[in-house]
Design a protein around this ligand. Structure first.
Ligand code: WT7
Length: 664
């Protein structure tokens, strides 16, 4: 750590508080804590009335709803059930005939730096054209379409086009392997796949279409009748006659008009797969009405969006952040947004700062892992320091995906925000659809490392294992006590798992987020202490330890058993450490290195590069209780390099700890 960053850290011990400036408060949509408290009070007084008002004001309904919340089949809550709407009409058609129609909707900057812009009117024409392509391919309302796309305007077009015809999209992040893609196409029963020939990242052309081919060749995906390919680069790819076609060729044959298909508010807008505590990813199903309401409203509330803003969320559309704050929220709110194809370090680690300067970005929303890597880059190379770019256009900064450590927060605040821009540290999840606990830029005094307070109407609390509230200052389990409009509706095809995972009986019907948290004694501010289940957060990406373990033991010719844990990491938040028992003898030296590499590559192929363990340790066995349960707590200690001082008398094989503590 540089002298500068350690100095910053020491100021944090004082627990500094950063209130918004008077000017920010005066100009904000939710102005001051009084504004925040007034909304909270409205929700407390009449919960359904509060949400009904917001849903009427923020969503365009083709048919108005008469019932706000239906709890008759809890926890399968229904919101605005008899209302009808179309998500794409709410993002595009709504702006036609208003001054927004000729406003730039998207400023796209490609990996290589080329810039393309589309207005709302142009985007509507393209979305309609592609919606007609999907219809021509036989895709119907209720069908699932898997998207395996790069970060491009076309990615957003494909999502919006699905929404327009009432098809449910399932976006798979372009970094997932063919095996992971196959599993998702199959689970969703997709009728079509939309992809690109290649994606460009960091100056490299990376295959997408070839991976789709591999996934479909694995069999069991017979439902997928067509593959539509966006030609991102001139490089040719294999095209299967009768199944594959090019997006531009198909679009050229279609009209630029397509009437939106109105759907019920509960109609599944999308299914997005995420990791849970078992080996199988969960298809998180979201609604149309409640989801869209929250995506739009949190743009206004959390980001205090103004007509003149240039909004930039750096998340990929393969994650929930890219759904709510790229594909839907900004468009529903009529914002101009930046979409970036590449990586923050190409051609140099000042790409973000140069892009903020060039496009006069006003609201910048990124992940702590990106900030930490850019701090490191700026510490070692002055020329990429944010001070070398003009960042004066910025007015609000955001953070998402994992806890932001106070020293990274301070650096972001000072060097990117010029001590002028509030940082909204937004806590939420794939399952919550949008922000849950976050500061409001024109209201909440900020404390570095804290996501502060729940948004109005969101009943977040910290409880013990029996569901009783714990006092401020004591850690506990983060729950949401009341249903909210943008919550997960079910796990695609597995309602029982939905109930068990999120509404366990002992928690009185509260929604279980899976995170630990603590509220500060002075302000009642929330601080997230990390996952309490077997889920890791690596660079803001959620990974199930069981998923990685299943991948490792699937290499059944050499692996007998595996246990995966997380270890704190300065750059990635958590790092994946795998303890592996081989079928053969415990390897040492170069053999151990070669085997570790083989297994890492294997996991990369089974799940994707993001799941590759940072470290693999081999042993004859794993520490187990006499009943055969793996003692993960001990493995976490070993992974951190701690000497084990706990009582190990319940262990079947205490000697194994020594062996695993040594690197092979
Ligand atoms: C998990 C959800 C939220 C969209 C991106 C990740 C962690 C997320 C924060 C934050 C502390 C955070 C939690 C959560 N997380 N945001 N601001 N502070 N932790 O979505 O992949 O569903 O992961 O990310 O552990 O449960 P996700």
């Amino acid at each position: 750590m540089s002298a500068q960053t350690s100095a910053i850290q020491s100021t944090l011990v004082e627990n500094r508080v950063f209130p918004p400036s008077d000017a920010t408060v005066a100009a904000a949509r939710i102005s001051g804590m009084a504004g925040y408290e007034a909304l909270c009070a409205e929700a407390d007084k009449d919960y359904e009335g509060f949400w009904a008002r917001l849903a009427r004001e923020n969503v365009v309904w083709n048919k108005p709803f008469t019932q706000t919340l239906d709890e008759s089949n809890a926890p399968f809550y229904k919101w605005f059930q008899d209302g009808e709407l179309n998500a794409s009409a709410n993002c595009l058609d709504k702006h036609i005939g208003t001054p927004t129609e000729n406003k730039t909707a998207i400023i796209f900057e490609a990996d290589g730096g080329e810039v393309t812009k589309v207005t709302y009117k142009e985007l509507l024409a393209k979305v309609s054209q592609f919606a007609n392509v999907l219809k021509a391919k036989g895709v119907q309302k209720g069908d699932r379409v898997v998207l395996y796309m790069p970060m491009t305007i076309e990615g957003v077009i494909a999502m919006q086009a699905c929404a327009r015809i009432g098809a449910t999209h399932s976006v798979v992040f372009g970094g997932f392997s063919s095996k992971a893609l196959h599993e998702r196409i199959q689970d969703a029963g997709a009728v079509a796949v939309v992809t690109a020939n290649y994606q460009m990242r960091g100056g490299k052309e990376l295959p997408l279409k070839a991976i789709v081919d591999e996934a479909l060749a694995m069999g069991g995906c017979e439902s997928a009748k067509s593959v539509i390919v966006f030609q991102r680069t001139p490089t040719a790819v294999n095209m299967v006659a009768g199944r594959d076609s090019f997006m531009h060729e198909e679009m050229a044959q279609q009209s630029t008009e397509c009437a939106p298909e109105f759907v019920g508010a509960e109609h599944p807008l999308f299914v997005l797969y995420t990791s849970g505590s078992t080996g199988k990813p969960k298809g998180v199903q979201h609604s149309t009405g409640g989801y869209l309401l929250w995506a739009k409203l949190t743009m206004d509330w959390t980001f205090d969006l103004k007509d003149s803003d240039i909004f930039w969320c750096t998340a990929d559309i393969g994650w929930i952040t890219g759904h709510s704050y790229v594909a839907y929220g900004p468009l529903a709110a009529g914002a101009t947004q930046i979409i970036f194809e590449g990586v923050p370090t190409f051609p140099k680690a000042d790409r973000f700062w140069k892009m903020i300067e060039k496009h006069k970005c006003t609201i910048f929303y990124t992940a702590p892992t990106a900030i930490r890597s850019l701090i490191k880059a700026a510490d070692s190379d002055e020329s990429v320091h944010p001070a070398r770019s003009d960042l004066s256009s910025l007015r609000i900064l955001g953070s998402v995906g994992e806890p932001i450590n106070p020293e990274a927060w301070m650096w972001y605040y000072k060097n990117v925000g010029g001590e002028r821009c509030p940082i909204v540290d937004t806590f939420w999840q794939t399952e919550t659809g949008g922000h849950m606990v976050t500061p409001l830029p024109g209201a909440t005094p900020l404390v570095p490392g804290s996501c502060t307070l729940p948004l109005p109407g969101i009943q977040v609390a910290i409880v013990d294992e029996a569901g009783h509230d714990v006092p401020n200052g004591s850690g506990g389990i983060l729950v949401v006590k009341k249903p909210w409009p943008s919550m997960i509706r079910t796990i695609w095809g597995d309602p029982e798992r939905f109930k068990k995972s999120y509404f366990p009986e002992e928690l009185k019907g509260y929604y279980l987020a899976g995170d630990g948290a603590v509220r500060s004694e002075d302000r009642g501010y929330f601080r997230i202490t990390g996952r309490i289940d077997d889920v890791l957060n690596v660079s803001g990406h959620r990974m199930g330890t069981m998923e990685i373990e299943s991948a490792l033991v699937a290499k059944s010719d050499i692996v007998a058993e595996a246990a995966v844990v997380g270890r704190p990491d300065d750059l990635t938040g958590e790092a994946i450490v795998a303890f592996v028992v081989l079928k053969g003898p415990v390897p040492t030296g170069d053999d151990a290195k070669a085997l570790a590499k083989e297994l890492r590559d294997w996991v990369g192929k089974e799940i994707g590069p993001i799941a590759k363990p940072k470290e693999i340790r081999f042993g004859e066995n794993l520490p187990k209780t006499r009943s055969g349960k793996i003692m993960r707590r001990l493995l976490r200690g070993i992974a951190k390099g701690e000497t084990i001082t706990q009582d190990t008398s319940t262990l079947e094989n205490p000697a194994i700890l020594d062996q695993l503590s040594k690197t092979n």
